[in-house]
Ligand binder design. Structure first.
Ligand SMILES: [Zn+2]
Length: 355
């Protein structure tokens, strides 16, 4: 018996970059390499979203992207958002592909701050491919201990991570895009970075952020005061279902008692914060059913390791899907399954909205 439900949407992936075979700037699974990369960029006064694009290795970009989008559709996704398009060649390839017909899944693009250009940015008005805004990058990551914290890491006395852009610099860079009403999404993992981004949004939107729905990507080191501000301002949080599971061990070592509120997505729901989700593929799997299982079990691979605080099924499904974007058909009704079995569901098909 199949089940048709709201379509899975991935609000934060790097699928285009991966599809064209562009290598990451470094080995993201190696914390030491990542830390060196972040420090070098910080010393340059730059940010990871302002680096030149890595070259594509695929010969035929439209074909490579079509294959990537087909993979997303096979996993049940009706829409993906590229969270930081570094190379306009990817957009040109999408345009070529689109001229040939419908795409396997809808594509939305946040242009990387280093590639963003108001002269090139335009709404296509096309359901299949559109540019939605700009992605900025405020701090590093937890694993390499480069996210910007208010107080030092528990396991690195004296180190508070790296803030690539303080609130005034961030506000100055956001301003021209906000003025043209492009969506602004900023990577912020540590509490000091989240606070800087909220301060910048206050400067740019002057109390009217809610209508423009600026985003914070990741928002891992949460505190009640930051959550209250997010709710009050109407800022949208884009969380990654896999991160609380992947980072659980490093989180306790790096943050200690701060884990009482870090990665506690329930705090966001309780406060009424607007929440969406994205895989951050290839850092985590692109498979939304795996992400859904991680959110509702707090574990991975069907095993509830109780490493992350789970959230309720309805909240999890709501942030990972969007009825407006289309429908996903599954082999069974996910409501009726043991949460540990969610990732075993089969995707029967998708109907992306394309009027
Ligand atoms: Zn990302």
């Amino acid at each position: 018996m199949t089940w048709e439900g709201p379509g899975f949407v991935d609000h934060h992936t790097h699928l285009l970059r991966v599809s064209v075979g562009a290598k990451g700037a470094c080995d993201y699974s190696n914390p030491a390499e990542l830390a060196a990369y972040h420090h070098a960029i910080f010393d340059d006064g730059s940010t990871p979203m302002d680096q030149p694009p890595e070259p594509a290795t695929a010969d035929d970009l439209p074909a490579a992207i079509e294959a990537g989008l087909a993979k997303a559709a096979a996993l049940g996704l009706v829409e993906i958002t590229e969270a930081g398009m570094t190379d306009w060649a990817h957009f040109e390839a999408l345009t070529t592909l689109r001229q040939r017909g419908p795409l396997p899944t809808r594509v939305r693009i946040l242009v990387a701050s280093g590639a963003a250009d108001l002269k090139r940015m335009d709404h296509t008005g096309d359901e299949w491919v559109d540019i939605i805004g700009v992605k900025f990058y405020a701090d590093g990551w937890l694993g390499p201990r480069t996210c910007a914290l208010r107080h030092a890491f528990d396991d690195r006395p004296g180190e508070q991570g790296l803030l690539f852009l303080d609130s005034s610099h961030l506000a100055a860079r956001i301003e021209p895009y906000a003025e043209e009403r492009w969506t602004v999404a900023t990577h912020a993992i540590g509490d000091r970075a989240i606070e800087a981004v909220l301060d910048a949004y206050d400067m740019v939107y002057a109390g009217a952020a809610r209508a423009e729905a600026p985003r914070i990507e990741h928002a891992q080191v949460l505190h009640p005061d930051l959550v209250a501000r997010m709710a009050d301002m109407g800022v949208v949080i884009c969380l990654q279902p896999g991160f609380a599971v992947t980072d659980a061990e490093a989180g306790w070592e790096a943050l200690g008692d701060r884990m009482a509120s870090a990665y506690r997505w329930q705090l966001l729901f309780d406060a009424g914060v607007r929440v969406i989700a994205g895989s951050d593929y290839p850092i985590e799997t692109l498979d939304p059913l795996v992400g859904l299982a991680e959110l509702v079990t707090g574990g991975r691979n069907g095993k509830d390791k109780a490493v992350a605080k789970p959230i309720g099924f309805d909240d999890a499904l709501a942030i990972m899907t969007d009825t407006w974007c289309g429908a996903t058909i599954l082999s069974d009704d996910p409501h009726t399954l043991d949460p540990a079995q969610l990732a075993d569901l089969e995707v029967v098909g998708t109907h992306p909205r394309a009027t």
